[in-house]
Design a binder for this molecule. Structure first.
Ligand SMILES: Cc1cc2nc3c(=O)[nH]c(=O)nc-3n(C[C@H](O)[C@H](O)[C@H](O)COP(=O)(O)O)c2cc1C
Length: 339
């Protein structure tokens, strides 16, 4: 059993939050596909106070997602506490503070990765948040602001002092954005000195790499973001390798079942129009490396009619998933995000 505060997980493979992507249907899908826990995309504490329905929508989740955390971001401690209380009222299992978002609009206001610049200030904010709720509080951060200020350990000690229960760490500095490689040596060093459980994150694009980092750096758990978009079977593969030392190779039928599930979940949650918009993105990512994926993507983005879109996708995966060119793994992918 893996322990994150009071939450017990069967295995250490966790879906990373991704704004605009890890919505409730996709989180449900990934729980079915083997992620042991899920976290919402970042939700603005200011937006919840002053904004409209859209921010509230982001707090919604389904029972099947549990254990589920709601991630909040902001710079005002009073609004952060209110946002966390709202998440608790709605039944979230934990709240997570975003301390890693490098997006200029957010950082300029003092939120996201800017919160790691001053560990003492961070401690004060976290103390207030921890006091305001009865559910566990976690943070997700980067290694530091820039190469000269890799102060993750100071922030983690401050977080522990404040009563935070675990930390997820993306192995890049804020200044790096998504360039270069995640620094797993640094994550390992932090883990060896951290008073809190550490979830390591960054560039886990295959089950083998995931296991290698998990074992080499002795982190408590690992988070997989972009890797799960191009390989939605990565959690199952990592689990099988970890537990039974066997490699799980998905069949065409596995892909068809995955897409049938996705279709049901999207239709349950979104308007017909939005379901098609999301489906196109996911199908395009899932096709990475398969024969004819470029033509398939072009095709997918022109189809408007849901029935035609899904039938096209079923046919494509049935016919082409047997030959995958793994070169896609080393190609840059989604080089921007909120953490
Ligand atoms: C499109 C996109 C959106 C993201 N949104 C969030 C977010 O809302 N909150 C967060 O903490 N991290 C966010 N991230 C960062 C990821 O959780 C993760 O830390 C990062 O992508 C590195 O992991 P990976 O290499 O496994 O993708 C986002 C990343 C991407 C690519």
């Amino acid at each position: 059993m893996i322990k994150l505060g009071p939450i017990q997980l069967e295995h250490p493979f966790i879906l990373a939050p991704m704004a605009g992507i890890t919505n409730s249907p996709f989180r449900r899908l990934m729980r079915k596909m083997g992620s042991s826990l899920v976290v919402s995309e970042l939700v603005s504490a200011n937006g919840l106070e002053y904004g409209g329905k859209k921010n509230l929508e982001l707090l919604k989740f389904h029972e099947e997602e549990r254990p589920i955390g709601i991630q909040v971001f902001g710079e005002r401690v009073d609004l952060l506490c209110k946002a966390c209380q709202k998440a608790e009222q709605l039944g979230a299992d934990f709240v997570d503070l975003n301390v890693g978002c490098p997006v200029p609009k957010i950082v300029k206001k003092g939120a996201g990765a800017a919160l790691c610049r001053n560990a003492k200030e961070l401690e004060k904010i976290l103390k207030a948040i921890v006091k305001s709720v009865n559910i566990p509080v976690s943070i997700k951060m980067r290694t530091g602001w820039d190469e000269q200020n890799k102060n993750a350990l100071d922030c983690i000690k401050a977080a522990a002092e404040a009563g935070v229960q675990w930390v997820a760490i993306h192995g890049r500095t804020k200044a790096q954005g998504y360039s270069g490689q995640a620094d797993w040596d640094f994550i390992g060093e932090i883990k060896s000195k951290s008073p809190l459980p550490i979830i390591g994150n960054g560039d886990l694009v295959t089950a083998e790499i995931t296991l290698e980092k998990y074992h080499s750096y002795k982190v408590d758990a690992v988070m997989i973001g972009r890797g799960a978009l191009r390989n939605p079977f990565i959690f199952k593969q990592a689990y099988e390798l970890w537990k039974n030392k066997v490699f799980f190779a998905p069949t065409a039928q596995d892909y068809v079942s995955l897409m049938q599930n996705l279709r049901i979940l999207l239709n349950e949650n979104c308007s017909a129009f939005m379901a098609v918009i999301y489906a196109r993105k996911f199908l395009a990512w899932f096709s990475s490396g398969f024969r004819g994926c470029h033509e398939f993507r072009k095709n997918v983005f022109t189809i408007k009619e849901p029935e035609t879109l899904w039938n096209e996708a079923f046919l494509y995966f049935e016919n082409n998933m047997h030959s995958r060119n793994l070169d896609y793994i080393s190609q840059p992918f989604l080089m921007g995000g909120h953490g």
